[in-house]
Design a protein around this ligand. Structure first.
Ligand code: GDP
Length: 172
């Protein structure tokens, strides 16, 4: 601007314009970091088999989540074991990983304020018998294992789980 000799309005100097611009962008970034969070979810094979995929996606959107990424795929037993590695010592590990590799699933990346906690609330308790009325598991889950939906239980877990199923370019 100064090279061309153009005059700025209100007596502003080029440097103050630059500062105004960068400051306001920095504020927006800070604001976004505070309010927006990503989580990872899976519509599990039981729900897909029973034809509940669209209904569950609708519940998720109705609850204010933005669907950042979604795909349909089937995973192998080994891939299911990698995903549920933290549960490897649990007695149900073999059965859980058989179930998760038994048919197509829909992995999802979701975004909203308090996404991790709010998705867990929307899902309901692990055992649908204990899940609150109106939750996804109460409506669509058949048993403690075949419980329709997965949701990350913390920030570190969400980061690992998103990276397990999605490449960076799929989240742009
Ligand atoms: P979540 O966070 O509510 O999904 O529950 P967990 O992280 O404790 O367990 C992971 C998944 O393992 C659950 O969603 C169920 O599919 C399965 N699971 C959990 N507890 C049991 C159990 O006691 N028996 C069986 N068969 N499966 C279970």
């Amino acid at each position: 601007m100064t090279e061309t000799g153009d005059k700025l309005p209100f007596g502003l100097q080029p440097r103050s314009v630059l500062l105004l611009y960068t400051e306001s962008n920095a504020f927006k970034r800070k604001e976004n970091q505070q309010v927006s969070q990503r989580t990872f979810s899976i519509i599990k094979p039981d729900a897909v088999r029973k034809g509940h995929t669209a209904a569950i996606l609708a519940e998720i959107e109705k609850a204010g989540f933005k669907i950042i990424a979604v795909k349909k795929l089937s995973i192998s037993k080994t891939q299911a074991e990698g995903f549920y590695y933290v549960h490897k010592e649990r007695p149900f590990f073999g059965s859980l990983t058989d179930f998760m590799s038994s048919g197509p699933i829909f992995p999802l990346v979701l975004e909203k304020e308090n996404a991790i906690a709010d998705l867990r609330k929307l899902m309901g308790a692990t055992n649908p018998a204990n899940a609150e009325e109106g939750t996804i598991r109460k409506k669509y889950a058949g048993s403690i294992e075949e419980n329709a939906i997965h949701g990350s239980d913390g920030e570190d877990t969400a980061q690992f789980e998103i990276g397990y199923f999605f490449a960076g370019y799929e989240l742009a």
